[in-house]
Ligand binder design. Structure first.
Ligand SMILES: [Zn+2]
Length: 162
């Protein structure tokens, strides 16, 4: 047992989560396949479903009701798909499932419902960006949290470090 289960959200797929690469059981709801339509990630996801690497499941009514009640409480804006995913993650929580999402509202609800979640920046899957501060006026570069140029006093911008 003790195999990891990942519940995949549309934002995770869009953010570059590659289903075939993760060493875990992966599961999603049919709506995510729909939402990934017109994205190149759809093909990847469908291939993974066909290969049996990603399973498609429906959440229980009980979990759906629990998630809907929580959404009402918090006033978070989430779609029907998001509610189904959260409910599915809730169903599987006892089996050590984690929700994979890049969506802040979903992460917030997951915390409130006590559902473990992961963000997409997984090793080997998406490059982790390192940021630096840069002065738009004189081009000097600073550590990421610096706000003002020490030379000319301009407000610094942020950009990925190369
Ligand atoms: Zn400057």
């Amino acid at each position: 047992m003790a195999r990891r289960t990942l519940v995949l959200d549309t934002s995770a797929v869009i953010a570059g989560f590659v289903p075939g690469l993760a060493n875990a059981e992966q599961i999603t709801v049919s709506e995510v396949l729909e939402e990934a339509r017109d994205l190149c990630s759809k093909l990847e996801l469908e291939t993974a479903v066909l290969a049996g690497k990603v399973k498609v499941a429906e959440p229980s009514e009980n979990s759906l009701a629990e998630v809907r009640a929580k959404v009402k409480d918090t006033g978070d804006t989430v779609s029907r798909t998001d509610i189904k995913l959260l409910a599915l993650a809730l169903d599987l929580r006892g089996k050590g499932a984690e929700l994979v999402t890049d969506d802040y509202a979903i992460q917030n609800l997951a915390s409130l419902l006590d559902i473990p979640y992961l963000r997409v920046a997984m090793p080997g899957i998406k490059e982790v960006l390192r940021w630096e501060a840069v002065c738009p006026a004189c081009g000097r570069r600073y550590p990421p949290l610096t706000t003002k140029c020490l030379t000319c006093g301009s407000k610094l911008g942020r950009r990925p470090r190369r």
